[in-house]
Design a protein around this ligand. Structure first.
Ligand code: SF4
Length: 298
């Protein structure tokens, strides 16, 4: 039997608005060969914050972040230095466990069998940092967001209702028993009043760049809907594998019905007027690698 292991993280879930997009990005693993500079900058800033939180001194953490940034063709190390110089540990609740830093989790959520194939869908993701206040019993999942936008309110609004933050909240509240790093805070996560997700926007446009606390977010009233939505998404992904992948067929371009194509990187191939050239265009515009969130930022 052929086994397919699919790792579904919040970014993969976001792709599922268009079946073809999901197929190209997650199932077939076509990804842009050029890493956008903001992503490289963001990853370097994350690396610095993680090292400092782990206890590394400023000089070592800074050198590591800058070296990584330059190796990955970062072009503005001056901005990176300013951004990491203003890192402020007092923004966070205490870290009670180093396993709560860059906390990658992964667990089997659903399995499907069809034809001669077994599809295992794993849910996964990485929480940047989990802070715990033992006295107030607060558990806060922090997510660093570096941005070149100017207004903090705009940045906060960008993230307030995102799949990513709902996903984190849902994992903490409903699935903490499947994440070994959360076993020691399971009791806290069982109470709706204790759990929060908080964006930490790093405004690179400020002079100097600033680290900010976003609002403490909760999604308690959405938990059942979210659970249902993820289940439906898994069922539809399984159908997609069954109907298309096994037969080598491409999903229909449903994104066109909802204007998703406007900001889709696959649009040049998808909307190409040259008949029969779709796969050639995809091969020439993208590299192909297995979609594996456990390796992101490495
Ligand atoms: S261009 Fe449109 S139809 Fe094609 S993959 Fe992207 S969103 Fe889907």
């Amino acid at each position: 039997m052929r086994i397919i292991n699919l790792k579904l993280d919040p970014s993969a879930l976001k792709q599922s608005g268009c079946d073809r997009r999901f197929q190209l990005s997650i199932m077939r693993g076509h990804t842009s060969s050029i890493t956008a500079e903001p992503l490289t900058m963001g990853t370097a800033i994350h690396k610095y914050a993680h090292q400092r939180a782990r206890g590394d001194d400023l000089e070592l953490a800074m050198t590591t972040a800058i070296d990584w940034y330059l190796e990955h063709l970062g072009v503005d190390s001056t901005l990176l230095i300013s951004a990491i110089s203003t890192y402020n540990p007092s923004l966070f609740l205490p870290l009670i466990n180093l396993g709560h830093l860059e906390m990658y989790y992964e667990f089997l959520y659903r399995s499907y069998e069809f034809d001669d194939t077994k599809l295992n869908i794993y849910l996964c993701g990485t929480i940047d940092r989990l802070g715990i206040n033992q006295e107030t019993q607060q558990v806060v999942a922090y997510d660093y967001k570096s941005t070149r936008k100017y207004k903090l309110s705009e940045v906060v609004n960008d993230y307030r209702y995102t799949v990513q933050f709902m996903f984190y909240y849902w994992i903490l509240r409903r699935h903490h028993d499947k994440v070994p790093q959360l076993f020691n805070v399971g009791e806290l996560c069982d109470s709706a009043t204790n759990v929060f997700v908080q964006p930490v926007p790093i405004l690179l446009s400020a002079k100097p760049p600033t680290w900010n606390r976003g609002p403490l977010l909760q999604f308690e009233t959405h938990l059942d809907e979210f659970e249902h939505m993820v289940g439906l998404q898994c069922d539809s992904i399984a159908q997609l594998y069954q109907l298309y992948q096994s037969q080598g067929l491409l999903a229909p371009p449903v994104g066109t019905m909802s204007d998703l194509c406007t900001r889709c990187e696959y649009a040049p191939a998808c909307h190409s007027q040259i008949e029969g050239k779709f796969d050639d265009m995809i091969e020439s515009l993208f590299t192909t690698r297995v979609y594996d969130p456990s390796k992101f930022g490495k």
